[in-house]
Design a protein around this ligand. Structure first.
Ligand code: G4P
Length: 296
């Protein structure tokens, strides 16, 4: 099977893009009251970019965990409890469904109202909370923005300091959002991180070897959701004595794909992403290292 080196080589182009994206994000942060960092509920740690916390500094910072419908429900509850314990505001949402501005306002209003009240006491005009969102590719930034904003009535015109082409969008009466979510690429500190990003679809499929990612997925499901794996691919207990590679070859046969394990790998990846094997969360709190959130 193809090696991990593929990915290490292919991601060389990230630093230049990253530097530009960081500069842009720094400018945007200076214009807002609060930053919404959109992260994936299946990888709440891996989909963070450490630069966001550094750039955001003392400014309030809300984690919006998208794709909770695709994640392991209990794991999401544990992550939310963890963030709460660390004083880090966070909400988990299915951005495609049952998600609206009140989910966000109920968390950010209490955080922001002292600042806005102080401004009013000083005689400044009552104004909405201003926010910008940021996140790794494909995490759901546009979906979140579109749910929060009523596009027809959205634009509020140019403001000084906003990059040409950027606008503020109204999200109800109490919130304004910069129209373009910032894209910050994740840090590929290890192959494990790259595998998690690939399996959840944050990295384009063309940059990884599908069999490596399918094997990574199989390993996770075999360890944590064995029943779903058995049911989906009609496996029996004895099949779990096989190595991961042999299990992939067996599934390839069971899918009627003879020895085309590449095609079977792509099918497995799609099955996992489309929740055909149930909700899953790849980042586990037990594996957490110190210094993972800004408040640690
Ligand atoms: P981005 O701006 O961060 O790049 O992400 P975007 O909003 O484009 O979302 C990427 C994909 O993730 C989209 O699917 C979107 O529908 C899906 N998505 C976003 N949030 C959620 C969520 O909370 N739950 C689920 N299940 N999916 C979510 P797509 O396949 O690229 O497009 P489409 O098929 O939805 O049109």
């Amino acid at each position: 099977m193809k090696g991990a080196n593929n990915m290490a080589v292919t991601i060389q182009w990230f630093p230049g893009h990253m530097a530009k994206a960081i500069r842009q994000f720094e400018e945007n942060v200076s214009l807002v009251d609060i930053v919404f960092e959109v992260i994936d509920a299946r990888i709440p740690l891996t989909s963070q970019n450490p630069e966001v916390a550094r750039i955001t500094g003392e400014k309030p910072h809300l984690f919006i965990l998208t794709k909770k419908d695709l994640a392991d429900r209990e794991a999401t509850q544990r992550w939310l409890a963890y963030f709460k314990d660390h004083g880090q505001p966070a909400i988990a949402v299915d951005a495609k469904d049952h998600f609206n501005i009140n989910d966000v306002l109920s968390v950010i209003n209490p955080i922001m109202s002292p600042k806005l009240a102080r401004e009013e006491q000083k005689g400044m005009k009552k104004r909405p909370i201003r926010a910008v969102s940021v996140g790794v590719p494909n995490v759901g930034k546009s979906t979140v923005l579109n749910r929060l904003v009523n596009r027809r009535a959205a634009q509020v015109g140019n403001r000084p300091g906003v990059t040409k082409g950027q606008q503020w969008l109204k999200a109800g009466k109490k919130l304004e959002l910069l129209d373009t979510p910032g894209i910050l690429w994740p840090k590929f500190a290890s192959q494990e991180i790259a595998n998690k990003l690939a399996l959840t679809g944050a990295i384009k499929d063309s940059v990884f070897a599908s069999d490596d990612i399918a094997l990574f997925g199989l390993k996770h499901f075999r360890a944590r959701h064995r029943d779903q794996l058995m049911a989906r691919y009609r496996l029996n207990d004895d099949d779990f004595a096989l190595s991961d590679v042999d299990l992939l070859l067996l599934i390839t046969k069971k899918l009627g794909m003879r020895d085309d394990y590449e095609r079977a790998s792509n099918r497995i990846i799609q099955d996992i992403r489309n929740n055909k094997l149930g909700g899953f969360t790849l980042d586990n709190l037990e594996e957490l290292q110190p210094n993972v959130t800004r408040n640690d």
